[in-house]
Design a protein around this ligand. Sequence first.
Ligand code: MLT
Length: 409
Amino acid sequence: MTRLNENYLKLPGSYLFSEIAKRVAAFKEAHPGEQVISLGIGDVSRPLVPAVVAALHQASDEMGAAETFRGYGPEQGYLFLREAILKHDYLARGINLSADEIFVSDGAKSDVANFQELFARSSCVALQDPVYPVYLDTNVMAGRTGKFENGRFGGIIYLPCIEENGFIPQLPRERADMVYLCSPNNPTGAAMTRAELKKWVDWAAANGSIILYDSAYEAFITGADVPHSIYEIPGADKVAVEFRSFSKTAGFTGMRCAYTVVPKALCVYDETGAGHSLNALWLRRQTTKFNGVPYVIQRAAEAVFSPQGQAQIREVIAGYQQNARVILDALKQAGLTAFGGVNAPYIWLKTPKGLDSWAFFTKLLNEARVVGTPGVGFGACGEGYFRLTAFNTPQLTQASAHRIAGLKF
Ligand code: MLT
């Protein structure tokens, strides 16, 4: 008899976005011909920008010619891409890192999911509530939690992100080994200021903790006091790993390209107290389990950093930011209270009249034919909230805004 990893039995039946897709599919089947608009999963709607498409064509041609064909690439990513990332996202902001501290991958989701395997099973995990489910679920799978009871897993330090603290995680009283922070935040759209993030960096340094910092939505930052990278905070290179992605920045959700920064100054310790480089361990992990991102995709990602690529993606992002304003206005007209949408593509609204998150989901789907994400799917503190995304087209966003503004509660 082959035994399973029983930690999987602790998980909710299905991944949040699969559950939503299932319910929407059932609704569409029951209402054929009705236009359902999705402001649900954070998937982009605008096509790749011309600079990226040109790079894809050129790289494809190279793959078709004997002199320029490439097989396996470096697991960590081609140097041309790592250097472009380094120059544009770090050196240009006065952050001193080197190309061998950057690891190109097929997605921030997979990196953030995989990274936890470098830490001891006994490590104590802290994370935001509500939270992007991947941080939590992967630690459940790894056996770092107890059972799921009353909306919470035993053994996890939850950091409530609620209206009273502006949805910003506050330092816990207990020590944690690993802390997941996401800013700008998915799902609440809140973004930490430099001063707020500095508190976390100082806390991690004082406690010997590692921060797993997800900044996949960095491109949406508008506030001058919101850091674009955790390494803008002095000392962060000794306590933080940073996850970034081309998905939301440049429309790569279907292309798959992201990167993770693991500074060489970061150390983890064995049972004798001897330190080990986290960078070396991640390299060891990636070279064993990963064969790199396709050459053509990496060339496409490199093109994001060209002057044309930058101008073109800025325009796309500005369009999504405009969508966010349209949604916020519609919610106001409907008499609803909403947060986020300024430094992030996510709008976090308070469900009215005591409706719970799933009841609001059903009402929105039935009465407005609009799909969103129930806040409770992101954690107990998300109950009574609901997430909308700004990633649809301007036309469909306008149409959904019109439908939402006309809702009666
Ligand atoms: C979301 O809707 O939260 C995102 O699409 C999640 C992701 O990027 O995996």
